[in-house]
Design a protein around this ligand. Structure first.
Ligand SMILES: *Cc1c(COP(=O)(O)O)cnc(C)c1O
Length: 397
């Protein structure tokens, strides 16, 4: 195996490290279209709010958001005001819903950058109301109902005593009401249906209180694939846009993988029987072993639990990680393979037909695919294939 094609660097300003992520924006656009087609789209009465929080699930918030905008997304969503401001500074013009709690100090960003805040507590409602009143404006917002997650949101069962006071005054306009499911990926859990029923009940109560939103939304990736009764007027997929379906509902929608993670072998050497690799000196090898060192470690987002468990692709073959996952490198077993420094290593993605998927890596270490994507390290340079993305950029931490 010899050196593969050089990654598609576009900017001479980028520091070239051998470990980089490639983001297929065409695939993101295609995935958005798939979700849209699945739920019927705006003409069928169900719109798609594209979730780009947490740096676009590690893919780079601005390029991802702009690609989704170009694909027709009519609303994006992020976690907090700071993320919303970053999207606006990156040129995103579509409405941006902010999921997270509003603190008092950062409220200014809502007005200056035209963000759509979520009201998820009486305190937040008053703070937003007062900030809007001071500016003499009305602010359109979404009201979040807690139907059983016990995270943010107004409790579903005492709305009559919380909502009227929270929404008193003329400065807040409730454009939408939403909730979020705790167990969408667990087909057997009864809380899912309970939450849906509680949301229906909450909408009825709100209507009685004079709150009649234009839009109701509830379904994340898992919920929207699980049950069309969660679609209401819009769905809120994140994971699906990045090409991954929750395990329980995989196969219900065809998606394209978006992120691939690449590196290169920097050294090849031998280990004798009984020796160990890496910190902790665990798991002595039982045969003479050839190992390759790959400059990607937990600082790049690789989970330390992949030690002795994970696989990577080199020379079109699947090989295992031996020893520990270090901060800046892993060691892989290449015994019997023709591997040379400079050879391409695929940590996520495909090589000569062999594939390592996000869902597989998540299952190997017992987590959700979201975590694998989001933890892609801040020092990993992202490269992008297509306009309207900017040149390769570093993630903002
Ligand atoms: C993150 C998030 C989503 C998207 O979840 P996925 O499982 O990635 O589809 C939707 N709604 C809310 C409120 C979220 O926080």
């Amino acid at each position: 195996m010899r050196v593969g094609p050089v990654p598609p660097w576009r900017s001479p300003a980028v520091v070239v490290r051998p470990t980089y992520a490639h983001i297929d924006l065409d695939a993101i656009r295609a995935n958005f279209q798939s979700v849209l087609a699945h739920v019927g789209g705006p003409s069928g009465g169900v719109d798609v709010i594209a979730v780009v929080k947490a740096n676009g699930y590690g893919h780079g918030a601005v390029p991802v958001a702009r690609a989704l905008e170009a694909a027709g997304a009519r609303m994006l969503a992020c976690a907090d005001i700071e993320e919303g401001v970053e999207l606006r500074r990156g040129g995103v013009r579509a409405p941006i819903l902010v999921f997270g709690a509003l603190s008092v100090s950062d409220l200014d960003g809502v007005f200056r950058h035209d963000l759509t805040p979520t009201i998820s507590s009486p305190f937040a409602a008053r703070a937003l109301h007062d900030a809007a009143a001071r500016r003499g404006v009305r602010v359109r917002c979404h009201l979040k109902i807690d139907t059983g997650m016990n995270r943010l949101g107004f409790r579903y069962d005492n709305l009559a005593s919380t909502v009227p006071a929270a929404l008193a005054g003329a400065s807040l306009e409730i454009d939408a009401v939403y909730t979020h499911f705790a167990t969408a990926e667990d087909a057997a859990h009864p809380l899912f249906d309970q939450q849906r029923e509680r949301f229906d009940q909450a909408l009825t109560t709100l209507s009685g209180l004079g709150v009649r939103p234009r839009v109701r939304h509830a379904g994340n990736s898992g919920a929207l694939l699980r049950d069309r009764a969660t679609w209401f007027d819009a769905v809120r997929p994140g994971l699906l846009l990045y090409g991954v379906a929750p395990l329980a509902w995989a196969g219900r929608l065809s998606l394209k993988p978006v992120m691939t993670l690449h590196s290169r072998v920097v050294a090849v050497k031998g280990m004798r029987v009984g020796e160990t690799a890496g910190y902790g000196a665990r798991e002595a090898v039982t045969r003479a072993t050839t190992v390759a060192i790959v400059p990607a470690g937990y600082a790049d987002g690789l989970d330390v639990r992949l030690a002795g468990r994970g696989s990577v692709l080199v020379g079109g073959r699947r090989v295992s990680v031996v020893g520990s996952v270090c901060m800046d490198s892993i060691t892989i077993d290449v015994t019997g393979l023709d591997v040379t420094p400079g050879d391409e290593v695929v940590l996520l993605g495909s090589q000569s037909g062999a594939v390592i998927g996000v869902a597989e890596v998540a299952a190997t270490i017992g987590t959700v695919p979201h975590e694998i994507l989001c933890r892609t390290g801040a020092r990993i340079v992202r490269t992008y294939d297509a306009e309207p993305s900017p040149v390769a950029s570093r993630a903002t931490p």
